[in-house]
Ligand binder design. Structure first.
Ligand SMILES: [Zn+2]
Ligand SMILES: [Zn+2]
Length: 201
């Protein structure tokens, strides 16, 4: 359940206190960039999902602005502030989509910002692409189609592009039903392939 903060509108008055709808008001206070997959904390402040995930992975369970609590459930059941951004991202269109393997099988689509960075690097024939997510630097190796955290090359996940089979959502946020595949009439997404076991890390 949300408190009074639930009545807040993100269009004019946002959590940073600005009421002018400026570009700055649409930026995340952690990464200082426009929100990617914004989620709302119980205190009402809004951050990118991956920025809050990074905070939790660093054992920091306090809102970066007001020090209010961050519930662990935000990772599995986030209050998504911009549902359109999430569903638009998953829509089948002419863009090539990029996915990384889930720890428990299946695939996650990268968030829009990361996907754009990957696509730019790949289409320029770069062998690798580095990006920052959840407070860590990750390396995507296009030759071996895998991703690892910088400094932890032996713990990797597979990546793929194009084929959306087995995709569960975006960047760890589950999305079910016809929003995801655009062609399954509301049925839940298919289960992960039987051979896809969990990967440490
Ligand atoms: Zn952010
Ligand atoms: Zn807060």
């Amino acid at each position: 359940m949300e408190g009074n903060a639930g009545a807040e509108s993100n269009s004019n008055v946002d959590a940073t206190g600005s009421s002018q709808g400026s570009d700055e008001a649409r930026d995340c206070a952690v990464c200082l960039l426009p929100y990617v997959l914004p989620v709302k904390l119980p205190c009402g402040h809004v951050f990118c999902f991956m920025c809050i995930k990074g905070s939790i992975l660093n054992n920091n369970y306090n809102c970066p602005i007001c020090r209010g609590g961050i519930p662990f459930s935000i990772l599995s059941n986030p209050v998504v502030e911009d549902l359109n951004q999430l569903t638009d991202s998953l829509k089948q269109d002419n863009r090539r989509k990029w996915y990384y393997e889930g720890r428990q099988g299946g695939w996650w689509q990268y968030d829009e910002r990361t996907m754009n960075e990957l696509e730019t690097a790949f289409s320029n024939n770069f062998p690798t692409c580095r990006f920052v997510a959840a407070g860590h630097v990750y390396v995507v190796d296009f030759t071996h189609m895998m991703q690892y955290r910088l400094g932890s090359e032996n713990i990797f996940r597979r990546i793929k592009n194009g084929d959306s089979d087995g995709v569960k959502g975006v960047a760890g946020i589950f999305v079910t039903g016809n929003v995801l595949l655009g062609r399954n009439n509301g049925l839940p997404p298919p289960p992960p392939p039987p051979g896809a076991g969990p990967i440490a890390g």
